[in-house]
Design a protein around this ligand. Structure first.
Ligand SMILES: *Cc1c(COP(=O)(O)O)cnc(C)c1O
Length: 376
């Protein structure tokens, strides 16, 4: 299987051997505890420790993260649970951790928590491999590429090489690219981490996260952390996620093609500035992205004149919902500055491109832009 195409592997990922009269993907197992007599050993004892529905999903994600390799995946209740599991299980008082200064908007909360525990946190920009300059003596480097929402890209192999030379572990938040867009472990990272709330599951109806490691010791520390804090996914969410993986390649390919086409249409538009999409040949990130990404993702960002123009644009859209999050089959967009926290202009739009027909989407966006600009 490992040499086959992404679509073939996605539809079969994590499936058990066929069993007479059993479904292809067994349904979710709802259990707080399992029948257990005698010594408390074996795979399934208590529901916080293990669940067959998680096991199948973890195997599936692992097969996509590192085809043909022996890796270990741990699923979590959300992307933040997965992120915190890596950072808080690895960093000790007195350690140094390097974060991006343009990463996911909840990272500053994690930073504050780490600092309360006596961890020194340094930050630097994703673009231009800015984190290289602050690596000295660090225990862990946290990379987010492409960064969210700015869509800057850093050279993962280059950062990993420098980090490992100094004994620094590397984690990559791969949420935006998904496993089909980028393989952090292949690029040398120790932890591949993602919010599967986004493109991996793609329907905007559940929260989930995961961490995949090649090293068994690191994987065990992450898994232990899940048990300690109890940040476990519900069996229904895990099953829905596994079901969604079957269409992963279809969704991601369509959404990436749509994102490129939308970016091309926007690049010619007089009302749009600061357009970013790593798949666009003219994008500052394109050269590095082409070397390490297998698909460029479904998020496009750009800037409109001001807050009012951006708000009129969002209101005028008919096929695109004003909502946060990204990676879903239905296009969404938002004025990112409404949250505060990200260093973006008032008119900055983060646009998550869905699986609609591209002609309809471009027409809707162009009509909404002209209404926003003319005020009609
Ligand atoms: C959404 C997101 C997260 C957090 O994931 P949740 O599932 O919402 O907890 C982390 N990193 C990135 C890049 C994200 O976009």
């Amino acid at each position: 299987m490992s040499t086959m195409g992404d679509g073939t592997r996605a539809v079969r990922a994590g499936l058990p051997e066929p069993q007479q009269y059993e479904p292809t993907l067994p349904g979710p197992v709802f259990a707080a505890h399992y029948h257990l007599s005698g010594e408390p050993t074996g795979p399934y004892t208590y529901g916080r420790d293990a669940n067959p529905t998680w096991d199948r999903l973890e195997r599936a994600i692992g097969e996509l993260e590192a085809p043909g390799e022996d890796v270990e995946t741990t699923v979590f209740a959300s992307g933040m649970a997965a992120i915190s599991a890596v950072l808080l299980s690895q960093a000790r008082t007195g350690d140094i951790v390097v974060l991006p200064d343009d990463g996911y908007q909840a990272l500053p909360l994690v930073r504050a928590q780490l600092e309360e525990y006596g961890v020194e946190v340094r930050t630097a920009p994703t673009g231009g491999d800015g984190q290289l300059a602050v690596l000295e003596g660090a225990r862990l480097l946290w990379i987010e590429t492409p960064s969210n929402p700015g869509l800057d890209v850093c050279d993962v192999r280059r950062l990993v090489e420098a980090a490992h030379a100094g004994g620094t572990l590397v984690a990559v938040d791969n949420t935006l690219a998904t496993v089909l867009g980028q393989r952090p472990l292949e690029l040398g990272a120790d932890f591949s981490v993602a919010s599967d709330t986004k493109g991996l599951t793609g329907h905007g109806d559940l929260l989930l996260g995961h961490v995949t490691c090649r090293d068994a010791g690191l994987a065990a520390s992450v898994r232990r952390w899940r048990k300690v804090v109890g940040a476990i996914p519900g069996p229904m969410e895990a099953w829905l996620a596994h079901r969604s993986l079957a269409t992963l390649e279809l969704r991601i390919d369509r959404q990436c093609a749509n994102a490129l086409a939308l970016a091309e249409a926007l690049s010619a538009h007089p009302a749009v500035s600061g357009l970013r999409y790593p798949g666009l040949p003219t994008d500052p990130s394109h050269a590095v992205a082409s070397r390490q990404m297998r698909r460029f993702g479904s998020v496009v960002s750009f800037v409109l004149a001001d807050r009012e123009t951006a708000e009129r644009f969002l209101l005028a859209l008919r096929l695109v919902e004003d909502a946060t999050s990204f990676g879903g089959v239905r296009s969404t967009a938002e004025r990112r500055a409404r949250w505060g926290g990200d260093a973006v202009p008032e008119g900055f739009i983060r646009f998550s491109v869905g699986a609609e027909n591209i002609a309809d989407l471009v027409a809707d966006v162009e009509r909404a832009l002209s209404e926003a600009v003319t005020g009609r």
